[in-house]
Design a protein around this ligand. Structure first.
Ligand code: MCN
Ligand code: CUM
Length: 795
């Protein structure tokens, strides 16, 4: 691990090495650090117009009239479009990624503050914005439904009266596990602990907001859309279905993306408006959100109210976990989750523990808030699941007066139990939890920390140590079980080796900052021995890449990474045939070592992959049945998800005078199987840990009783900076995935999933002297202060 910590400081260090997996500086960074990234807002086209969206000031209101005449009269305005106009074209509503519908522009009612009501296309961004002020909309206010707990009361106004026969705000019910057997283990348990646990609404808040440039060419009937999307192919198919444009005449390009974090998975009304604007004006049209628009109207995350219950024996054997969840889905169900999984992968709430029974019942409701639900490095709701189980396990430790590490160790699934089927039907592929937990303990100096804490408690000082252990399910997914709106969750990959031995690999996934241009080149390099510098990664353009479902749920490495390795092996198999002809030996007599075939027993008789590439394209005969060229393609359908895990320990100090929490230390040990680029993994982990501290201590999208969003700017929605976080201390273990061709598991969301419970567990641990067993995020000074005044839960 010492070598693993070495920081490579110069881009030149990449020259000629490494050949495959390993610490390597990012190929994309010379572009980014020189300000040469090309984002959607950098796209400038001749004659391009600018689009701005008028948004509802109210959370719930009937639209009685929209007068656009003044806006249309503005000298620089080319087009004003209302919901009524879209309705005439059958475009006022679009499907969401959860089989609901969402208004592109409101026609009948507005259903959340910030909802799209009309748009203006003008010669510049300023005129477009000015003209919004000239649109006169009359609203008849309706009672807003803000509190998820009363959304289902018979007196609540019906938000979704657009849906036929809808008489309440019920969105969906979902359950998993077995109620009866769970009740039975609860009945026989020595100890039952329950706690109400809220995971508040938060926002991914990527640095780059969402936007698009639509360019419809009426002559060849082709639409080109540059957009901030994490899933270009899936978006293209949906545009083809919604707008009725032929799919081969749509090109979706995701250029450089300034952070996605799930915020760029859904299709937003703004993208559709830009397309409509270009179709109607015949000009390219750019739409780019501002920060407030991003925060108040785009995909939020979490918003689960959970009752967690845990049953155990008096010596700390966990028997069962039960939970009841009330989920706030906002005004339209816009979550991105595989069709069969309306609650995402929340079903893994049994965590890393071998238990006898589990049951979850969930009710999702509509409220007058922005749609979304699955975003912010969530692993499809595993953030909520992990938070629930890791918080409730800590509540049990509190109740039993047991050490939280010891309680976890006692209940871990054992290595010999893998593949392990959970009580909710998930098959964990591999895991070896105890060594990971022990390494975290060791790195943290856990026993010394406990001793220090005991000393400090005597002096009235508030120090807390929080432990969390997680198992994620990432890499959706086997197409028999998983699809988004009918599109199976597989990914294509193409690899072409040029005559001079340089290569291009084309992916269906798309980086938003995760470093795919580097790591996918490394995956191919490892398999085929061409240096990563010589491998160009092409992604984010539907005209240039094979079909696949895109980047989210940390699926790129588990799915596309597998595809890249296998396509490289296919090319290598073909190269072997050519090598056997070149060396005039049978295939069986060839040995392969990184980039070179040589005759068994005679290393001097060898050909390099570069020699073979030239021969594959060159003059002269190729072996019988071998086509010219050196390339292959594949569509990879994963056999199972991959299940990374990790052990996190957080140390906090709380100022007893101000109730301010300081995160003093944070130790994170992650296991994502085979590690492709340890430096990139560390970057992913550092980012996720920062997210987690943000959610635990400061982030929340909140609303007043009228449904006004109170978090519409970064003054009100606090996100962490380098000042609020400690120097991260990371470590790793390696438990390869048995079904992934290179044994790799996803890691992009691990730290966001695992860190919030570690921080909250630390804060609650610090507050133990006050008789506190639980406090809800975000643990701002005022909330901690409230907690210190006591919400006693006797041990
Ligand atoms: N990696 C590796 N070895 C492994 C696993 C991963 O070297 N065993 C590398 C990968 O090759 C890749 C990176 O780590 O370069 C992340 O890989 P993976 O876990 O497959 O996740 P994805 O690439 O699919 O990224 C998605 C994930 C998600 S869902 C969110 S949300 C999130 C996250 O990534 N959004 C991010 N991390 C982000 N990081 C940045 N900078 N920006 C975002 O928007
Ligand atoms: Cu759930 S946020 Mo990521 O999966 O893009």
């Amino acid at each position: 691990t010492a070598a693993d910590r070495t920081i490579v400081t110069a881009f030149e260090d990449n020259d000629g090495k490494p050949l495959g997996h390993g610490r390597m500086l990012r190929k994309e960074d010379p572009r980014f650090v020189r300000g040469r990234g090309r984002y959607v807002d950098d796209v400038q086209l001749p004659g391009m117009l600018h689009l701005a969206i008028l948004r509802s000031p109210m959370a719930h209101a009937r639209i009685t009239s929209v007068d656009t005449s003044l806006a249309e009269a503005h000298p620089n305005v080319r087009l004003v479009v209302t919901g009524a106009m879209l309705a005439e074209k059958g475009l006022a509503w679009m499907p969401t990624l959860s089989n609901d519908v969402q208004a592109v522009l409101a026609t009948d009612k507005v259903r959340f503050q910030g909802q799209e009501v009309a748009f203006v296309v003008a010669e510049d961004r300023y005129a477009a914005r000015d003209a919004l002020e000239l649109i006169d909309v009359e609203y008849e206010p309706l009672d807003p439904v803000v509190d998820v707990r009363t959304a289902l009361s018979p007196s609540a106004p019906v938000i979704r009266d657009d849906l036929e026969g809808k008489t309440d705000n019920h969105c969906f019910d979902w359950e998993t596990g077995d109620a009866e057997s769970t009740d039975a283990v609860f009945a026989k348990a020595d100890v039952v602990v329950s706690e109400d646990i809220v995971y508040p609404r938060v926002h991914p808040a990527p640095m780059e907001t969402c936007g698009a440039v639509a360019d419809y060419d009426a002559v060849d009937g082709k639409l080109t859309l540059w957009s901030t999307t994490q899933a270009p192919h899936a978006h293209r198919t949906l545009y083809a279905i919604v707008a009725g444009l032929p799919e081969h005449k749509i090109r979706v390009i995701a250029p450089d993306i300034g952070g996605g974090f799930g915020n760029k998975v859904p299709i937003y009304p703004g993208y559709v408006c830009a397309i409509v604007g270009s179709l109607l004006t015949g000009k390219p049209v750019k739409w780019m959100e501002d920060r407030s628009e991003n925060l108040i109207s785009t995909g939020f995350a979490r918003d689960y109210i959970m009752r967690g219950e845990i049953a155990a024996t008096s010596d700390g054997r966990i028997l069962g976990i039960r939970t009841n969840v009330l989920a706030d889905h906002g005004a339209f169900n816009g979550t991105a989750a595989p069709v069969k999984y309306p609650a995402g992968f929340f079903g893994v709430f049994t965590g890393s523990y071998d238990i006898e029974a589990a049951y979850c019942k969930m009710t999702a409701v509509y409220t007058n808030k922005a749609p979304g639900g699955v975003a912010y490095a969530c692993s499809f709701r595993i953030t909520e699941a992990v938070y629930l189980v890791e918080r409730i396990v800590d509540c049990l430790a509190y109740q039993l007066q047991m050490d939280p590490v010891e309680l976890r160790m006692k209940n871990f699934i054992k290595p010999e139990q893998f593949p392990y089927e959970t009580k909710t039907g998930w098959v964990y592929d591999s895991g070896d939890y105890a060594p990971t937990m022990r390494l975290a303990k060791e790195l943290a100096g856990y026993d010394e920390l406990r001793a220090e804490q005991a000393e400090k408690r005597k002096r009235g000082e508030l120090m807390g140590i929080g432990v969390a252990f997680f198992t994620e399910a990432v890499g959706a997914g086997p197409r028999k079980d998983m699809d988004i709106l009918g599109l199976g969750m597989a990914d294509g990959c193409e690899l072409r080796v040029h005559p001079t031995g340089k290569a291009v690999v084309r992916l269906s996934v798309q980086t938003q900052g995760q470093g795919h241009e580097t790591t996918f080149a490394q995956i191919v390099a490892e398999e085929i021995g061409i240096p990563p510098q010589d491998i160009e990664v092409v992604h984010g353009d539907t005209d240039q890449t094979p079909f696949g479902l895109g980047t989210y749920g940390s699926r790129s490495t588990p799915v596309s990474g597998a595809a890249a390795a296998l396509v490289a092996r296919k090319v290598r198999d073909k190269a072997r045939l050519i090598a056997s002809a070149m060396l005039e030996v049978s295939v069986a007599d060839l040995e392969w070592s990184k980039g070179v075939f040589h005759v068994a027993g005679d290393p001097s008789a060898s050909v390099t992959i570069q020699d073979i590439a030239m021969r594959a394209h060159g003059a002269g005969d190729l072996p019988e049945g071998v086509e010219g060229g050196l390339e292959a393609q594949i569509c990879y359908n994963p056999e199972n998800l991959t299940y990374p895990h990790g052990a996190y320990i957080c140390v906090v100090d709380i100022d007893p005078g101000t109730a301010k929490v300081k995160v003093r230390r944070f130790v994170a040990v992650d296991d994502c199987g085979t590690r492709i680029n340890p430096m990139i993994i560390e970057g992913q982990v550092h980012g996720g840990l920062t997210d987690g501290v943000g959610m635990a201590l400061m982030e929340m999208i909140s609303f007043d009783e009228d449904g006004n969003c109170l978090s519409g700017s970064l003054m009100d929605y606090l996100i962490p900076t380098a000042l609020e976080v400690p120097d991260w201390e990371t470590g790793f273990t390696v438990t390869p995935s048995p079904h992934h061709p290179i044994g790799a598991k996803g890691v992009g969301e691990s730290a966001t999933v695992g860190s919030p419970p570690a921080v909250v567990n630390a804060v609650v641990d610090a507050l133990k002297p006050f008789g506190i067993r639980h406090a809800d995020m975000p643990l701002t000074p005022s909330r901690v202060w409230e907690a210190m005044k006591g919400r006693p839960t006797p041990p």
